[in-house]
Design a protein around this ligand. Structure first.
Ligand code: C2E
Ligand code: CA
Ligand code: CA
Ligand code: CA
Length: 276
């Protein structure tokens, strides 16, 4: 009732009376069939010219009693209970259908990034699910990117296998929340990664924290020398965008350019962007 793009946190008092976790866990089982899920898309832009080159799919859950439950709250529960497997498949299919349609209408170049949790990534049938969904939706593998965090890649041998299979399919891989994990550098050295996403925490305090600029600069240089693309997330001010542009960061994502929006609004956004 507070409007769109708003999360509703219910009080601690309520949490004491209900078992929130159980409520969420049980609710998640019905979320798909009850049509409570939706996907928003946040544009990813080239910092040099503001052109939208891709979108990140972000899951939303509208709970009948709790209102909008933020993903940071329900994704961990979905992972633990295993429901994430079906949620992940649902998001992937929804997003591939939405963006495949847009690519026909608005621009063949548009890329789609989808978040994949550790549990999904390690599943025996992960690669098969991906290729089946691509076949069913007609979405081109070369325009799909999966976002995983450093912790997902902890088991290096298995990761090399999966990343190799993704590479053969033509699907790109980006490291989400880069810089917040424990083994960033060895992962970049040992694994075939296409893009680094600088975590929002490094962007939020630009430019007040002077060392913050130095760290971002180092990340950009690192990506450059490893021939990886780099994108900064959580850009909220023109000043932050200017600094990143100056440092040679290719891509940007954040409220400055657009909040995550529903499919119809994305269509309008893309229509507004002039061709390069
Ligand atoms: P993430 O992958 O790091 O996604 C970026 C989050 O930052 C999104 O939050 C986005 O709405 C928010 N954001 C974008 N620009 C700005 C900005 O300028 N300022 C600020 N303050 N925030 C910004 P969201 O949508 O709430 O998602 C939170 C997390 O939930 C995601 O973090 C991701 O880890 C997870 N998630 C979301 N959708 C999915 C999904 O379909 N599958 C999986 N496995 N995880 C998902
Ligand atoms: Ca992400
Ligand atoms: Ca992120
Ligand atoms: Ca995150």
């Amino acid at each position: 009732s507070a409007g769109r793009n708003r999360y509703c946190f219910y009080s601690q008092e309520m949490a004491a009376h209900t078992n929130e976790r159980l409520l969420l866990e049980q609710g998640l089982r019905y979320a798909i069939e009850e049509k409570q899920l939706s996907v928003l898309y946040q544009p990813q832009v080239e910092l040099a010219n503001g052109q939208i080159f891709g979108v990140e799919a972000l899951l939303r859950w509208q709970h009948p009693e709790l209102g909008m439950v933020p993903p940071d709250r329900f994704i961990p529960i979905a992972e633990e209970s295993g429901v994430i497997d079906s949620l992940g498949r649902w998001v992937l299919e929804r997003a591939c259908r939405d963006i495949a349609g847009l690519r026909n209408a608005a621009g063949e170049q548009l890329r789609l990034a989808v978040n994949v949790s550790a549990r999904e990534f390690r599943r025996e049938d992960f690669i098969q699910t991906l290729s089946e969904t691509l076949a069913q939706t007609g979405f081109p593998a070369g325009a799909l990117e999966i976002e995983i965090t450093e912790s997902t890649l902890q088991v290096i041998e298995r990761s090399i296998e999966i990343l190799g299979a993704l590479k053969r399919l033509g699907i790109a891989v980006s490291i989400d929340d880069f810089g917040t994990g424990y083994s960033s550098l060895s992962i970049l050295r040992d694994l075939p990664i296409d893009r680094i996403k600088i975590d929002r925490s490094f962007i939020t305090h630009l430019p007040e924290k002077k060392d913050g600029v130095a760290i971002v600069k180092a990340m950009v240089a690192l990506a450059g020398s490893l021939h990886m693309a780099i994108i900064a997330e959580g850009i909220e001010s023109p000043e932050q965008a200017a600094i990143l542009r100056q440092l040679g960061c290719d891509g940007g994502q954040g409220y400055l350019f657009s909040r995550p929006v529903a499919h119809p609004a994305l269509t309008l956004l893309l229509a507004d962007t002039p061709d390069p």
